[in-house]
Design a protein around this ligand. Structure first.
Ligand SMILES: CC(C)(COP(=O)(O)OP(=O)(O)OC[C@H]1O[C@@H](n2cnc3c(N)ncnc32)[C@H](O)[C@@H]1OP(=O)(O)O)[C@@H](O)C(=O)NCCC(=O)NCCS
Length: 188
């Protein structure tokens, strides 16, 4: 028997215009933070998300969400404007995209491309010239999207990083990646 989609969560091969019209691509608000945890799947990133949010308030980051009226956050993309690694972000001409994700049942409707375009447009308007990102070498779907959006592979990244989870425990991540980058169109 076919699995019934949850209320508000359509199957991914149907994207009625009425649904897409109810999606707003906008900056994250503080009250959106719990929605980034996706019903517990990403609870381990709670502290990290809060830190990034604080970073937005200091002007060092931007958090974008795709918000579906009546449902909540169904997608996200973060931008880091400054980094100790200037080849990724330098606060002036180069910014780094990460934390990009669309909820499973809303993929392949163009939302990922829309949220990416919104972030790039804002960066171009702020005078940034380059966007960088890291993507797991195994993530063919994302690499395809990035290539289609004009990104190209420029380096290998070891993809080692760590964070403190919601229980205060350090978690290590190892995800060998490609670094990709794109030159922005100055007209935004
Ligand atoms: C990568 C990711 C964010 C893409 O989001 P998305 O909303 O599915 O992206 P889009 O819908 O814009 O594009 C995906 C595909 O759907 C296609 N598509 C877009 N609109 C469509 C529509 N109306 N009907 C059918 N297909 C459509 C696109 O052409 C694209 O096809 P392709 O893969 O053959 O190039 C999403 O797959 C995801 O969250 N993955 C898990 C997390 C992840 O890997 N993030 C990246 C980390 S670096």
């Amino acid at each position: 028997m076919e699995h019934e989609p949850q209320q508000g969560y359509p199957s991914s091969d149907t994207a009625p215009d009425s649904l897409l019209q109810r999606v707003t691509i906008r900056h994250l608000r503080e009250e959106d933070l719990p929605g980034l945890e996706w019903d517990g799947e990403f609870i381990h990133f709670r502290r990290l998300y809060r830190e990034i949010y604080e970073s937005t308030r200091r002007g060092n980051a931007i958090m974008w969400v795709a918000f579906l009226d009546g449902v909540g956050v169904i997608g996200q993309l973060f931008v880091q404007l400054n980094s100790a690694r200037h080849e990724l972000a330098n606060g002036e001409s180069r910014a780094y995209i990460y934390g990009f994700r669309i909820r499973q049942n809303y993929r392949r409707m163009g939302l990922g491309t829309r949220i990416m375009a919104a972030a790039e447009r804002e960066l171009a308007q702020r005078g940034f010239k380059w966007v960088t990102l890291n993507v797991s070498r195994e993530n063919e779907e994302a690499i395809r999207l990035y290539r289609r959006c004009g990104y190209r592979i420029v380096a290998r990244e070891a993809g080692r990083w760590s964070y403190i989870d919601h229980l205060g425990k350090r978690r290590e991540v190892h995800e060998p990646s490609w670094r990709m980058e794109k030159k922005l169109d100055p007209s935004g």
